[in-house]
Design a protein around this ligand. Structure first.
Ligand code: DLL
Length: 448
């Protein structure tokens, strides 16, 4: 592919600058043929350098040179997260460790984390992906971007930092935490872009409001959010209260970190996939069957230029839908629906399947319900019980028991009618649900 990560962004005839028009605006045939050429090289790279993939491909009798069609590629079994755990830390690395210049890891909730290594070229490719998605979000050289992700093993901090610098943005490495300091820095340094999870951005917003900070008058223009779902109501709330454009980018440690896809300023409910770096498939999460374009299912990704740790057909467990119609922004790259839920998020409550995103959607339709909630599942009484702790918005919070109980009943009834399962609803005073600096964990399953 012709793009050079260190090139200056080029201005397109359309409304917004596009980093690499030779791919981002190419015809679908051109994109497919560029992608498949890279895919063959990547399969060969994995086959020749990672014993696990050598055995796997030999086992199915597929030599990389024989890979001619997507159907050939689909013969390769999926790679699961458990493989990265089982080969911890370096078992899937494809290059000697002295060629790895950075390690990152995802914080596993149990056991060892997943470790990924980047060669110098991987870091350059990462920078290119971040530059492209920042441009999609309307970030331009000269912007001042304040980082509210931690700089550590999590990919969010360093990954986005270097990409933004590549674009010519002034990076302000404030890091996670110390919310009041963030607000002071936005004011003093004239920050124009905030990089955070959407839930932490909302917290920064709320703290600012309490301190009397005037968001409408602030320099902040763009939110570059990611790392967790940003449901429409949360997005709308942040946009109206912080007076910014809130964009959402997606990625995962195993295949790179942030940089897989990003929202442009036209297609606001979808994200453009960096198709020159990732081959995507959508599968039925139950059968593994590859679904036709536009069908909802689980996203499977194969990085196309990964040297350090190549992964073939990696199951993300993120549920989405991908379309390839051209976008009004001028890009022709495929777009994935925002990820709202993961296949492993599903809760089975007394035999009924419940997704936390369904609860979120019900709450979004109830005026007075805030974006802050926690779901607790237990079976203390012998039966599954789903409890929703919901923070109410200050406007409707009242000392009147009757008023509050009426609201609680309304939430209970709406949830029951949609989920077909009884939910114990507990109302919580504004500000009393814990705010986190990183990803919010909405569900706690205490069942043994
Ligand atoms: O969260 C990488 C990242 C950092 C992306 C910062 C964007 C910004 P992990 O910690 O490995 O990596 O978590 C990856 O988080 O499989 C999704 O389930 C979820 N996720 C990430 N971004 C989004 C998003 C980073 N924009 C897992 N919308 C993924 C919805 C997201 N879910």
């Amino acid at each position: 592919m012709s793009q050079n990560p260190s090139q200056n962004p080029s201005q397109q005839p359309g409304q917004y600058p596009i980093l690499n028009p030779s791919l981002e605006c190419a015809s679908r045939d051109e994109i497919a043929s560029q992608q498949f050429a890279l895919l063959r090289e990547q399969v060969a790279w994995a086959y020749e350098r990672v014993p696990y993939y050598t055995e796997l491909l030999d086992g199915i009798g597929l030599k990389p040179a024989e890979l001619r069609t997507p159907a050939d590629f689909q013969r390769i079994p999926f790679t699961e997260k458990s493989l990265l755990r089982d080969t911890y830390p370096y078992g899937l690395f494809a290059v000697p460790l002295d060629e790895i210049i950075r390690l990152h890891a995802s914080s596993g909730t149990t056991g060892k984390p997943i470790v990924v290594g980047y060669t110098r070229q991987d870091i350059e490719e990462w920078r290119y992906c971040i530059m492209a998605l920042a441009q999609m979000a309307g970030v331009v050289p000269g912007d001042r971007a304040q980082m509210a992700f931690g700089y550590g093993m999590f990919t969010g901090g360093f990954g986005l930092h270097y990409g933004m610098e590549g674009l010519g943005v002034m990076m302000i490495p404030a890091a996670a935490g110390n919310t009041e300091r963030h607000i002071m820095m936005i004011e003093d340094y004239g920050t124009t872009v905030l990089i955070a999870t959407p839930s932490y951005a909302l917290h920064i917003c709320e703290v600012g409001e309490k301190l009397g900070f005037d968001w409408a008058a602030s320099s902040l223009r763009v939110g570059l959010f990611g790392g967790e779902p940003c449901p429409p109501k949360l997005k709308a709330e942040i946009e109206s209260r912080m007076h910014i454009t809130c964009t959402d980018n997606y990625g995962l440690t195993e295949v790179m970190g942030p940089g897989v896809s990003g929202e442009c300023l036209v297609s606001r409910q979808q994200q453009h996939i960096m198709e020159d770096r990732f081959y995507w498939e959508v599968i039925d999460p139950n059968t593994g069957e590859v679904l036709p374009e536009g069908q909802p299912g689980e996203l499977v990704l194969t990085p196309l230029k990964k040297q350090g740790i190549p992964l073939l057909r990696y199951r993300t467990h993120d549920l989405t839908r991908v379309i390839t119609e051209p976008c009004g922004c001028g890009r022709t790259t495929a777009r994935m629906d925002k990820v709202r839920t993961r296949s492993d998020d599903m809760l089975i409550i007394r035999g009924t399947n419940v997704y936390p995103s369904q609860i979120e959607d019900v709450l979004a339709g109830i005026p007075g319900a805030s974006a802050h909630y926690r779901i607790i599942v237990d079976n203390e009484t012998g039966l599954d019980r789903l409890t929703l702790n919901l923070e109410v918005q200050p406007e409707i919070f009242s000392d009147s028991f009757t008023a509050m109980d009426g609201f609680r009943q309304q939430v209970t009834d709406k949830l029951k009618s949609v989920l077909q399962v009884g939910v114990v609803v507990k109302l919580v005073e504004p500000g009393n649900i814990d705010r986190v600096m990183g990803k919010t964990k909405h569900v706690e399953d205490l069942r043994s």
